[in-house]
Write a protein that binds this ligand. Structure first.
Ligand SMILES: CC(C)(COP(=O)(O)OP(=O)(O)OC[C@H]1O[C@@H](n2cnc3c(N)ncnc32)[C@H](O)[C@@H]1OP(=O)(O)O)[C@@H](O)C(=O)NCCC(=O)NCCS
Length: 177
């Protein structure tokens, strides 16, 4: 029995949200901070269960990405994780397919910061690597974020994108991208 559902954060109860957070801490082998979890909240979650419980999570939240003089409404994907014993069985793809549907309808583009080990997973789904400079709109102005360059991926939307141009994200606590 596989059950995949999408729901806004506001429609999920505290126990489900806590199960998702714990799943992500495990999926990232402990390298998933309180800020990382905060970044995954306030948008649409995709969750997949089997008979043993929750086995996968991903969410998409709104951010503004500055590009070519515009502040684009971006669906930013966060908290993508599948329980280790259920990987390579299509669950990550099913989660992403659900969120890509949300992105296609609700946002001008999709974007995410890929962990090194997940870049091939996103590329195989048609996400394009951003090849231009990346930066952040910090409280003291725009600052380059060179450590993220090569790890940002975007998903087609209505926005006209030049992946060799500059992409600037809005500000937040924790990892900026
Ligand atoms: C990345 C992750 C979510 C993928 O979930 P999954 O359920 O294993 O993904 P799928 O089974 O749908 O994989 C679909 C395809 O993506 C590619 N893929 C998935 N994991 C891959 C990996 N580790 N390396 C290379 N390609 C990979 C493969 O082409 C795979 O198809 P195949 O199994 O037929 O070869 C999962 O490995 C995970 O939770 N990793 C730890 C947390 C993490 O890194 N999250 C991403 C942060 S940006």
């Amino acid at each position: 029995m596989i059950d995949l559902r999408t729901a806004h954060t506001s429609a999920l109860d505290a126990a489900t949200l806590e199960a998702a957070r714990v799943l992500l801490v495990d999926a990232f082998e402990g390298r998933f901070s309180a800020h990382d979890w905060d970044h995954a909240l306030g948008g649409v979650h995709a969750l997949v269960w089997d008979e043993t419980g929750l086995i996968g999570h991903a969410s998409v939240v709104q951010r503004r990405l500055l590009h070519r003089g515009r502040a684009l409404r971006a669906g930013y994907v966060e908290g993508v994780g599948v329980r280790a014993d259920r990987r390579r069985q299509g669950h990550g793809s099913a989660l992403m397919e659900a969120l890509e549907g949300v992105v296609s309808v609700a946002y001008e583009l999709g974007a995410l910061a890929a962990a090194d080990q997940a870049a091939a997973f996103y590329a195989a789904r048609g996400w394009k690597q951003w090849r231009g400079p990346c930066s952040a709109l910090t409280p003291t102005g725009i600052e380059r974020t060179p450590e993220q360059e090569g790890g940002i991926f975007v998903f087609r939307g209505a926005a006209s994108l030049d992946v060799l141009g500059e992409l600037t994200c809005d500000w937040r606590d924790g990892d900026i991208w």
